[in-house]
Design a binder for this molecule. Structure first.
Ligand code: KG4
Ligand code: ZN
Length: 397
């Protein structure tokens, strides 16, 4: 192997991304073409439109990633691609293109689980900042993957350079990011909802509306069957400790009920054209108040405070129960400013190390896919030519 250069390709949802990463540690380029503008007016990802946009973007995005890295296809050692979980049609665009490139160049193809990619976003970030301190990085950690499609807790453990994952907890229904997106839509805010709610929460009272999360009793609720969600299929829920299970569909309904009870529905509908005209979340109190009256800002801040409180409670309880000395928080919701502040303060208080990816590496990107593929390249674990999309691909055991 020459330089250990991997071209990563990611197309599982609404971002077409390509990146070149050296030895799982040094990002030479990371290009992300977002489809936000396409899906904004629908308040969520439209799968058919996502596939069409991926088809349009994939060639220029890969070319840009190679050009920015200053390499050609001939310099690469492997091509890595997300094979699941995600939208079937969207995944297929990346997989077919990656297969074609690998075949034409005679390069090995590596299939990467999107969730493993998110975990490696943190490891990549750590490697690039403290290169050489591998002993610290290649150490077991509790990983919270919290995004638009997932809210999963894993114990990630390295053995001889290969990472193994055990599922510790997960959501029974909506992912945390999905709750952000649905609440944003119902309040007439932009898509994706996370950055809007994050920005507006700063100007509201987080204790104004007391949202509560009840303790989950999955055995009576599901009879031990796996949950029926869009997220990755996993082992029966009954095998997991109910203290580490999440549920975010209730808070979405609670917000809806609050909006109806307080007559905020018309106000939310009237906000849509102003939100579309603004195009991006407000950054000052005046701009926030021009978009939302104070009671709506208070509702938004209370929603965020409750969701993050629940993520914290269960993550730190799992860390304590597993005696984990290190926590990794990753995925789109890990970009949230309140989440970072509160998780960091709690970790400091408990003397647990905590790490997040950079903001750019928190949301979907291909550098994390190329980084996750590096140990596979070293171990010569390659995908079969028959590789196809697996929309509900599970991670670990
Ligand atoms: O990881 P990601 O880009 O895609 C998935 O794998 O799902 O995550 C996207 C999710 C969306 O639900 C979006 O609303 C949320 O991450 N998100 C945020 C923030 N930025 C993105 N949620 C809360 N606060 C943010 N700042
Ligand atoms: Zn993701």
């Amino acid at each position: 192997m020459s330089r250990g250069l991997i071209l990563g390709i990611e197309s599982s949802c609404d971002e077409t991304a390509a990146a070149v990463v050296e030895r799982g540690a040094r990002t030479l380029s990371s290009v992300v073409a977002s489809q936000i503008a396409t899906h904004l007016r629908y308040g969520g990802v439209v799968p058919e439109l996502a596939s069409r946009e991926h088809l349009r973007a994939i060639v220029p995005v890969v070319r840009a990633a190679l050009a920015e890295a200053g390499v050609t296809l001939a310099d690469l050692d492997a091509i890595a691609v997300t094979s699941g979980p995600g939208l079937a049609g969207a995944l297929l665009v990346g997989i077919m293109y990656a297969k074609g490139l690998a075949f034409a160049q005679g390069l090995p193809l590596i299939a990467v689980n999107h969730l493993e990619g998110h975990i490696h976003a943190v490891l990549l970030q750590e490697r690039s900042s403290v290169e050489g301190q591998r002993a610290q990085i290649d150490e077991a950690a509790l990983a919270l993957v919290v995004s638009g499609g997932h809210t999963h807790l894993y114990l990630a453990e390295p053995t001889d350079g290969t990472w193994h994952y055990s599922l510790i907890g997960r959501t029974l229904d909506d992912a945390a990011g999905e709750a952000y997106d649905k609440v944003a839509k119902l309040l007439g805010l932009g898509y994706p909802g996370g950055p809007w709610i994050d920005a507006l929460s700063r100007f509201g009272d987080p204790h104004a509306v007391p949202f509560a999360f009840a303790q989950i009793k999955p055995k009576t609720h599901l009879g031990g069957k796996p949950p029926r969600t869009k997220a990755a299929r996993t082992a029966p829920i009954a095998a997991l400790d109910p203290h580490f299970l999440f549920s975010f569909s209730g808070i979405k309904t609670a917000v809806l009920r609050y909006v109806e009870l307080h007559g905020l529905r018309d106000e939310a509908a009237a906000r849509v054209p102003r939100m579309l005209a603004a195009g991006r979340p407000p950054q000052t109190k005046d701009d926030a108040l021009a978009l939302c009256p104070q009671p709506t800002l208070d509702l938004i801040a209370s929603f965020q405070h409750a969701v993050i409180g629940d993520l914290m409670k269960k993550t730190f309880a799992a860390a304590e129960s597993l005696d984990a000395g290190r926590i990794l928080v990753t995925g789109g919701v890990a970009a949230n400013s309140e989440l970072r502040e509160r998780f960091t303060a709690e970790a400091t208080r408990r003397e647990i190390r905590i790490a997040f990816p950079t903001l750019a590496l928190s949301t979907d990107n291909a550098a994390m896919i190329a980084a996750a593929a590096w140990p596979r390249l070293v171990a010569s674990e390659f995908a079969e030519p028959s590789l196809t999309a697996d929309p509900s691909l599970a991670l670990g055991s």
